[in-house]
Design a protein around this ligand. Structure first.
Ligand code: PA5
Length: 445
């Protein structure tokens, strides 16, 4: 079995080793700022030693609640958005059978809501849940985010109407702030079981809190192994040297950024990683995209997207670099059959594993892109198991903290996210937004 590894040799045609190492001081300084809690946003560093500080008892408590929902419900809807959604979605997608929803299940199926305001999405979800035993995990740190609040209102009403208040109270679990916010008040008033999102962990860094762990456990995955993997990566990313994959990745992407590579494309060759990339985009986009700076995080799912985005990546503006996540070992083995007629001309790869073909697509693409002026960072992920997914999650979080400090931004705030909310509330004439409503209506005339 290969180990988790970051390889930067295929960026060296664009930046030199010296250019990468010119960030040694800044990288070491960033690690110190994180470790000593002396950098910008230092009240949001609860994620830093989270893996090693989670107790077995708290994981067992999450598992117990998850098991109740899993065994007593046909569906459990995880309601949340942004950092209160993407981590769980990413991990569950990475670990699930690709067709799980169409196969028999030995426990509740986890569905997601509150991550959009699609009327049809919510209508169709309500229709699906009519007459079904379902539970709700409602996740909101603030307790006031519009999207999950709408979904929760709809589903709570349905659950109470179908099963009565008592069943609803026993099958709604809130993950929210310890003291503040509407969800905390409601959970206390209605007697919902609840878990706390620590004050010092921001949404996009919260997947290893009950925000992510509870839905992941409801979906039937081993959260203790997930945390074990994260603990191993916490240890591996402690020191400022190139054995530390987070330090190496953070330095390298900053060297590339300084050389004019403004867009990072996270590339996977395994469709189960689509949502890991979505989670990564929020992590890096919200952490670094500020003060008119920051690498734009994009992603592709290959080889699918080679047939759509491949042209641009090979030949478009040379402002991109790629970070390829390569999954070393697959969970299953499947060989390409031989065909006597060979009408499709595939017999030259007959009997090869499908993954061997995929790996050659990966290698061939990397070589073509490097030749085309697209530097390639390479991450080896040994396999899609809880342990290694825990590793890569913590790896990206730690690298994000280091990279943000190297870039000299506060990686732990997100002031830009408020702008759309203010406009939306003004347009909806939310109480308290009267002046903003007038101003925005005048703008629209
Ligand atoms: O990273 C963030 O802070 C955001 O993406 C939030 O997680 C998201 O807006 C949801 O917020 P809340 O959990 O307060 O509903």
């Amino acid at each position: 079995m290969k180990n988790f590894k970051v390889d930067v040799k295929n960026v060296l045609g664009t930046v030199t080793r010296e250019q990468i190492d010119s960030f040694n001081g800044a990288g070491a300084n960033a690690l110190n700022l994180l470790e000593n809690g002396t950098g910008a946003g230092n009240d949001f560093l609860g994620w830093l030693h989270l893996p090693s500080s989670i107790s077995k008892e708290s994981l067992t408590e999450i598992e117990n609640v998850a098991n109740t929902l899993r065994t007593e419900c046909e569906y459990v809807v995880a309601i949340g958005i942004g950092g209160s959604y993407l981590g769980a979605k990413a991990v569950i997608s990475a670990l699930s059978d690709s067709f799980a929803e169409l196969k028999p299940s030995n426990g509740a199926r986890v569905l997601f809501a509150g991550q959009n305001i699609g009327e049809d999405y919510l209508y169709e979800l309500v229709e699906l849940l009519k007459g079904k035993k379902f539970g709700i995990v409602v996740i909101s740190k603030s307790g006031t985010t519009t999207e999950p609040a709408i979904a929760f209102r709809l589903l709570k009403d349905l659950l109470v109407a179908q099963e009565g208040k008592e069943f609803a109270a026993r099958h709604i679990v809130a993950v929210t702030d310890a003291n503040r916010g509407a969800m905390r008040q409601l959970a206390n008033a209605e007697g919902y079981k609840s878990f706390i999102i620590p004050d010092n962990v921001g949404g996009r860094f919260s997947v290893l809190t009950p925000v992510g762990l509870l839905p992941i456990a409801v979906a039937g995955f081993d959260i203790k192994k997930l945390v074990e993997g994260a603990v191993a990566m916490e240890k591996a990313t402690a020191e400022a040297n190139d054995e530390n994959p987070a330090y190496l990745y953070a330095k390298t992407r900053n060297a590339l950024y300084n050389s004019g590579k403004k867009i990072e494309i996270l590339v996977n060759y395994n469709p189960k990683l689509h949502f890991l990339a979505e989670w990564w985009k929020q992590l890096y986009g919200e952490s670094e995209g500020k003060d008119k700076k920051g690498i734009f995080p994009a992603s592709v799912d290959n080889s699918t997207d080679l047939h759509s985005m491949g042209q641009w990546i090979q030949d478009g503006e040379r402002t991109i670099f790629e970070t390829v996540i390569s999954v070393a070992e697959q969970q299953h083995e499947l060989r390409i059959p031989c065909d006597e007629a060979d009408g499709d001309g595939l017999n030259y790869i007959a009997d090869k594993r499908v993954d061997e073909v995929n790996k050659m697509a990966e290698l061939g693409t990397a070589l073509a892109h490097i030749d085309g002026g697209v530097p390639n960072l390479h991450i080896t992920l040994p396999s899609l198991t809880e342990y290694y997914i825990g590793q890569i999650i913590y790896f990206f979080e730690k690298a994000c903290g280091i990279s943000g400090y190297i870039l000299d931004v506060n990686p732990f705030n997100q002031p830009g996210v408020e702008a759309y909310k203010k406009n939306m509330f003004a347009l909806l004439e939310k109480p308290g937004y009267e002046e903003a409503s007038k101003a925005i209506q005048a703008k629209l005339k």
